[in-house]
Design a protein. Structure first.
Length: 428
């Protein structure tokens, strides 16, 4: 899935799914850099994860024909790490010097991703600021190359010591696709994202479902990355004969597939727990989905063994639920299973098409057969004015009757028999 997302990542600012107001403000800021060094040398983009902030920085660098120098979210956020940004940028030229013949007027764009996580402390000896925010402020004040800061929580960042200097030297934009549901930006956002998904589905040979997209958009709000991931995952199952039943479609809608994707790929434990708290599937089903798909995510046998050990610990709590009828143990089972990714040091980095657990599929088919048989018995019971037990015992007789084509058509019409109910009879 990651490969597909990267394949269709926006290449130009026109490809970005963002309101025209935000897009114009971003273009105005980068155009000022083309004319010289502007007063506000940094751009702060803040908003929810998945809204396109990091992608915007990559697109701006691509359009300008310059490299993007990125400090990613996994780096330590202190003064030393800020200095390493300058060192890394120097590999492409002097961070502070204008010296470039590039048509853009600058040599590179520097991205500080998730800048709200930068650490800021105070010196024990002087009492002054000594952390990463202070160092970043110095870099912004001296740089002659555009710096883009992305943040999820701008207001938390604003409360930090030394953050004021950075904010005063930055163009600050809230990267939200719309302010209210139903406004013009909201309608445009949904229309453009739907069109993008339709194009990707057509290119990848997947069947597009607007109803499914609408439901996923409702869940993910303006999380573009999440909507694309979830939609493409769901599309991949729409043409599967074994899993295209009403039950499966409902399962996709209730996000068990998405929760499994979060469990294995997102690597954010709190997000997985949050989805589990709002789940519409059982804890037992969740464990069976993990059990079924672990081998695809863990090509390394050592990782696979440790992950299954962890899953078995989770399953023990399900056993205690059954034995003691104490349902709080399900929460412990989920908390253990949600961290299964921590055992996968050499995790499969390719797209994994998660498979339905065969046990769940078998049980769902049996449940559908039982329901069909129950409704069939009810219909014949009313038709013959007999009790349900006697009718059930005599189903073999009705099965013989429908072998005659004329009887089949007559009974189907009078009793409004469904295909599933007829299948029950035909198998008698």
């Amino acid at each position: 899935m990651t490969a597909i997302i990267e394949k269709y990542r926006p290449k130009t600012t026109s490809d970005l799914i963002v309101s025209q107001k935000i897009l114009q403000d971003i273009r105005n800021w980068i155009n000022l850099w083309k004319e010289g060094t502007p007063v506000k040398r940094a751009l702060i983009l803040y908003g929810p994860p998945g809204s396109g902030k990091t992608t915007t920085a990559a697109v701006l660098a691509r359009e300008a024909g310059v490299p993007l120098i990125e400090m990613n979210a996994s780096d330590e956020r202190n003064a030393d790490s800020m200095k390493r940004v300058a060192l890394m940028a120097s590999q492409y030229g002097d961070l502070m010097n204008i010296g470039t013949t590039n048509e853009a007027g600058f040599a590179k764009i520097i991205l500080i991703d998730e800048a709200d996580n930068i650490f800021e402390g105070r010196s024990k000896t002087t009492g002054g600021d000594s952390g990463g925010i202070t160092e970043l402020s110095k870099i912004i004040n001296r740089t002659h190359n555009p710096i883009i800061l992305t943040m999820n929580d701008f207001y938390a960042f604003r409360r930090k010591s030394a953050a004021r200097d950075i904010i005063n030297n930055s163009v600050v934009l809230e990267y939200r696709q719309y302010k209210r549901r139903g406004d013009s930006d909201h309608k445009m956002f949904r229309a453009r994202l739907s069109q993008r998904l339709r194009e990707i589905a057509a290119s990848e040979g997947l069947r597009y479902s607007q109803d499914l997209v609408d439901r996923i958009m409702e869940k993910n709000s303006d999380d573009i990355r999440g909507t694309i991931n979830d939609s493409l995952s769901a599309f991949s199952y729409l043409d599967e004969p074994e899993t295209s039943t009403e039950l499966t479609y409902r399962d996709i809608q209730t996000n068990i597939y998405n929760t499994i994707h979060t469990t294995f790929k997102d690597h954010r434990y709190e997000k997985t727990l949050s989805e589990l708290m709002d789940k519409d599937f059982s804890t037992e089903d969740y464990l069976m989905w993990i059990d079924k798909n672990l081998p695809a995510e863990a090509p390394d046998l050592k990782d696979l063994s440790e992950a299954y050990d962890m899953l078995s610990q989770s399953d023990r709590f399900i056993g205690r639920v059954i034995k003691k009828q104490h349902y709080a143990f399900k929460g412990f089972a989920e908390e253990i299973a949600a961290g299964i990714y921590t055992k996968l040091e050499n995790q499969n980095q390719s797209y994994v098409k998660y498979e339905f657990p065969s046990y769940i599929m078998k049980m769902s088919r049996m449940r559908e057969t039982r329901e069909a048989r129950k409704s069939l018995v009810t219909k014949f019971s009313k038709f013959t004015h007999s009790g349900k037990k006697r009718t059930n015992d005599n189903l073999w007789f009705f099965a013989r009757l429908v072998k005659d084509k004329k009887n089949l058509e007559e009974l189907t019409g009078k009793l409004d028999l469904s295909d599933k109910e007829l299948n029950v009879l035909k198998k008698r």
